[in-house]
Design a protein around this ligand. Sequence first.
Ligand SMILES: [Zn+2]
Length: 430
Amino acid sequence: MSGAEITVSKQKPTPVSVPLATLIGRELRNKGKAEKPTVKHGQAALAKKGEDYFLIKPECQRTSGSLLTTFSVFAIFDGHNGISAAIFAKENLLNNVLSAIPQGLGREEWLQALPRALVAGFVKTDIEFQQKGETSGTTVTFVVIDEWTVTVASVGDSRCILDTQGGVVSLLTVDHRLEENEEERERVTASGGEVGRLNVFGGNEVGPLRCWPGGLCLSRSIGDTDVGEFIVPIPHVKQVKLSSAGGRLIIASDGIWDALSSDLAAQSCRGLPAELAARLVVKEALRTRGLKDDTTCLVVDIIPNDRPVLPPTPMKKQNLISSFIFGRRSHNSRSNKLSAVGVVEELFEEGSAMLAERLGKDFPLDPSSGLFRCAVCQADQPPSDGLSVNSGPFFSPASKPWEGPFLCSNCRRKKDAMEGKRLSRHAVTA
Ligand SMILES: [Zn+2]
């Protein structure tokens, strides 16, 4: 790909070499600007325990500069040990995310601010739920669609997949299951948790890997007040920009993914309108595995404006092109380089469980009020409050510089607990 160049010389006296990827990128961006896609959705669910919840907000409004514009939000919450965390997240998470984005941003700035705001919103929602003193927890897979750009934030093992019009299926989430995620096992252990299976008599170990105390199979969630703080609410976030051919998202709880692979789920409903597609995916999962768990599925089609439905997916002729999809992982940064030719542009991906790495090192001080704003809960604080723990270095520039982000004392306590740097709330109150 890097060697491919097109010489544009016919109309100009001086030949100008432009890399192929740049040309395609320009074309993609121009097409993207030309018309806003239509977003259509369908939903289907079968309840076994009644702990799955979903959120559908196709027309959220925001001001972009001086214009009023819309974006869509779709989310699935798969609760465990009760339903209150799933309901609480459904009712509060969107507002908590939006309140972490500064007002009046243009589209590009807004999209750039979104990954951080998602992290802040997830952590804030978790703190607020824990303050209610209720048990129960929930997975969250939270999808924001703004024109051709899709941003997905997730904790737990509900998934979002993307089926592009090249017939290529990609996973936009990461499974936070201790059984399957070695990095998360190491993190939980390093933060003071124990990872192991249930012991039945005779010393036989059964079931999936769980962390103790609590016995949860997941390494990230919202809620779970009765489990160690190392089960963090910090989401994996991925942001991609579709080509003007559009694509289909399938967002579903583990009742689907325990029965169907990403490819099978996508194949089972291609070419059908979203509403029917969602029902077919649930039906296919049921046929394969029976109703063992709550099974919820949202299908969201991002459709070029001049078409009534997603165009039928061509057969896989573009294997060469397919191999470029998500071939480049952007770590910890935003990049405008193309990672795929004509299919999907990867804008951002970050999954670290360390809050400081996700929120940046900003210490936003409002000069008029003299107040700092907490990067998680957005509360304004006089500097002395949030900085009381380590205020020395910050106020004496000669010594080691202060490590951001700025957090109020409450959110700083949460951060330290998640990293295993202080005793959890239970140990303190016991
Ligand atoms: Zn705070």
